[in-house]
Design a protein around this ligand. Structure first.
Ligand code: FAD
Ligand code: SF4
Length: 500
C-alpha cells in the first residue's frame, strides 16, 4: 500500500500515515490555470506540499513526489514505475472528488481505497445521525449538539460561562486610538522562494498580489503551531469584542488568520479550539472571545462541510432568487468610490484574505442586493482567497452570502449602508453619503437594499425574521419607490460601466 496525500491533507497525524511508510504526492500545475487563482494561494499550496514532503522524508517515509500537469499525468508516471500499486487516500471533502480519483487510478491498473477524512472534528455519520432526513439545517442547533457531545467549552451539562452563544458581545467597534496587533509574518525560505518564482512565471494571469514582501502565510507545521500560539497569546483576548468590526487600513484586526492553515491540514480543528479553551480556563481570554472562536470552528466550519456534502450537486447551481447580473468591475479593479468595497477588494487582492464581516456584509451583501449571479460570485471567491476550497467556499458564498438556497439559513444576510456605518469607520471617508438613499451621491447600498426587498418580496416576506423589514417596506409610498428604483437602476449602470 502507498498513501496518496493531497495538497489539503498535510497532517502528520492522519490515520493512513500511521500504517504505511510509502507516500505519493502529485503537484498538479494545470489545475492552477482553471481560474486566475490568487498567486498567494498557488504558492501556499505548492510550498506547503514541498515542505511536507521534506518533513516526511526526514521522518523516514519514502515519498514519491511528482510534478505534472494533471493528476492523470502524475498517475501515469507513478504507475509506469510501480505498476499495480494499491493506493489509500483520505476521502477529499469536495463533491465527487474521491470517486473521480478512484476512476483515474483504476484506468491505470491500480486500486484506490478511500478512507474517512480525519481532518475534521465530526464525522459524516455523526452529522447524518443528528440531521436525519432533513434537507434544511440550522447551525446553532448543530453547534450546541457538538459541544454537548464533545464537552468542548462545557462545565458538566452546561455551557461554560452560562450561555451557549455570546454573539451579542461580538459587536463592538474599537476606539479611534486603537491599533490591532501586528500580523505574524513567516518569511519565505529557499523552498518557498523557488515556488514564488515558479508561480510568477507560470501563472502570469493570476489575480492578486505576489509582491516581494507580500507572502506571509505559514507553510510548515512548525510555522502553523507558531501562528496558533500567536493567535492565542496576542489576538484572542480582543477577538471577541471586535469580531464584527471593520477598520480603514486594517485587513486582519484580531482575526486568527488560521483558515488557510486549518484547511491545508497543518492544524487540526480540535487542537485550535482546545488551545482557545485552555486560554479561557487559565483566565487569559474572556468567554466572548473564546466562545466566538469555538463557534466559528466547531459550529460553522463543521456545519458547512456537512451541509455541502448533503446538498451537492444542487447547492452549487442554486439560484432561488434568479439573480443574473455580472459582478461589477470594481471586484476586479478595486477602483470605486465606495470606500468599503474598495477596502475589502484591496484586502483580497493584496493578501488573498478578507475577514468574515468584509466577506459577508460588504463583498457578498453588495453582490446580493445588486443582483449578481451566485455562481459568478462563487467563482470570484474561489479564485481570490487563500483559504478557498469547494467544500467551504460554495456553501458560504452560494448559501450564506447569496441566499441562493434556504438550506442553511432562513433569511438573507442583506443590509443597507447602515450596517457598514455601524460596524466600521469606512463611511466617514467615503465619497457617497450613507445617510442618503436616493439622489446623486447616495450610498449605493441603500437604494439597492430596498429595491432588493421589494423585488424579491414573494420569496422573502414569508421567511423567518423578515417581518420588521417588511413593515418598513410597507410604509413607503409610490413616489419613494420610484426614486428608489431609479437610484438602484443608476447604481447598477455605474457597476456595469466600471464607474461605481
Ligand atoms: P476567524 O474569524 O479567526 O475564525 C476562526 C475560524 O473559524 C476560521 O479560521 C475558520 O476555520 C472558521 N470559520 C469561521 N467562519 C466559518 C465559516 N462560515 N465557514 C467555515 N469556516 C469558518 N472560509 C474558508 O475557510 N474558505 C472560504 O473560501 C471561505 N469563503 C467564504 C465566503 C463568504 C462569502 C463568507 C461569508 C465566508 C467565507 N468563509 C470561508 C468563512 C470565513 O469568512 C473564513 O473562514 C474566515 O474569515 C477566515 O479568517 P480567519 O481564519 O481569520 O477566521
Ligand atoms: Fe460603503 Fe455606503 Fe459607507 Fe460608502 S457610504 S463606505 S459605499 S456603506
Amino acid at each position: 500500500m502507498t498513501v496518496w496525500i493531497l495538497g489539503d491533507q498535510l497532517s502528520h497525524e492522519s490515520v493512513p500515515l500511521q500504517h504505511d511508510d510509502h507516500v505519493l504526492m502529485i503537484e498538479a500545475h494545470g489545475f492552477g490555470e482553471r481560474l486566475p487563482y490568487h498567486p498567494q494561494k498557488l504558492v501556499l499550496v505548492f510550498a506547503a506540499m514541498r515542505h511536507f514532503r521534506d518533513e516526511l522524508r526526514e521522518r523516514g517515509y519514502e515519498v514519491t513526489y511528482i510534478e505534472a500537469e494533471t493528476f492523470g499525468e502524475g498517475l501515469d508516471q507513478f504507475y509506469d514505475a510501480a505498476p499495480g500499486t494499491d493506493l489509500v487516500l483520505m476521502d477529499p471533502p469536495s463533491h465527487g472528488a474521491g470517486e473521480r480519483l478512484r476512476e483515474l487510478v483504476a484506468e491505470r491498473g491500480g486500486s484506490l481505497t478511500l478512507v474517512e477524512n480525519d481532518l475534521f472534528l465530526t464525522t459524516p455519520d455523526e452529522f447524518d445521525a443528528w440531521a436525519g432526513d432533513a434537507d434544511t439545517y440550522r447551525q446553532e442547533n448543530w453547534y450546541r449538539h457538538v459541544r454537548r457531545e464533545t464537552g468542548i467549552l462545557m462545565d458538566g451539562n452546561d455551557p461554560a460561562g452560562g450561555e451557549w452563544n455570546y454573539d451579542d458581545e461580538n459587536r463592538e467597534t474599537p476606539p479611534d486610538d486603537w491599533s490591532p496587533p501586528e500580523v505574524p509574518r513567516f518569511e519565505p525560505d529557499e523552498v518557498t522562494r523557488e515556488v514564488i518564482a515558479f508561480v510568477r512565471e507560470r501563472y502570469p494571469d493570476a489575480w492578486g498580489s505576489i509582491a516581494d514582501d507580500s507572502f506571509v502565510w505559514p507553510v510548515t507545521r512548525e510555522q502553523a503551531v507558531a501562528a496558533l500560539d500567536h493567535f492565542v497569546e496576542v489576538r484572542l483576548r480582543e477577538f471577541g469584542a471586535y469580531q464584527d468590526a471593520m477598520v480603514e487600513g486594517e485587513w486582519a484586526l484580531c482575526h486568527s488568520l488560521l483558515s488557510a492553515t486549518i484547511n491545508l491540514g497543518l492544524l487540526g480543528p480540535r487542537e485550535v479550539v482546545d488551545a482557545a479553551e485552555d486560554a479561557y480556563r487559565r483566565g487569559d481570554a474572556p468567554i466572548n472571545s473564546v466562545e466566538g472562536f469555538v463557534r466559528q470552528v466547531v459550529g460553522w466550519r463543521e456545519f458547512m462541510r456537512h451541509v455541502y456534502r448533503r446538498s451537492m450537486p444542487e447547492l452549487a447551481q442554486a439560484n432561488q432568487l434568479d439573480q443574473t447580473e455580472s459582478l461589477p468591475e470594481a471586484y476586479w479593479t478595486g477602483e470605486t468610490d465606495m470606500n468599503c468595497l474598495s477596502e475589502a477588494v484591496g484586502h483580497v487582492y493584496d493578501h488573498g484574505y478578507a475577514h468574515h464581516i468584509e466577506r459577508l456584509m460588504v463583498l457578498a451583501n453588495f453582490a446580493l442586493i445588486y443582483g449578481v449571479d451566485p455562481q459568478e460570485l462563487d467563482r470570484w471567491f474561489h479564485l481570490g482567497f487563500v483559504d478557498a476550497y469547494d467544500w467551504v467556499t460554495t456553501p458560504n458564498v452560494v448559501g450564506m452570502g447569496s441566499f441562493a438556497t434556504d438550506v442553511l439559513s432562513s433569511k438573507p444576510y442583506a443590509s443597507s449602508g447602515n450596517y457598514v456605518n455601524k460596524m466600521s469607520d469606512y463611511c466617514a471617508d467615503c465619497e457617497y453619503a450613507v445617510s442618503k438613499t436616493t439622489g446623486e451621491n447616495a450610498c449605493p447600498f441603500n437604494a439597492l437594499y430596498w429595491d432588493f426587498l421589494k423585488e424579491h418580496e414573494s420569496v422573502l416576506r414569508g421567511t423567518g425574521r423578515m417581518g420588521l423589514m417588511y413593515s418598513h417596506v410597507d410604509r413607503k409610498d409610490d413616489e419613494e419607490w420610484d426614486a428608489i428604483r431609479a437610484r438602484a437602476a443608476a447604481v447598477r449602470q455605474l457597476g456595469r460601466d466600471g464607474t461605481l
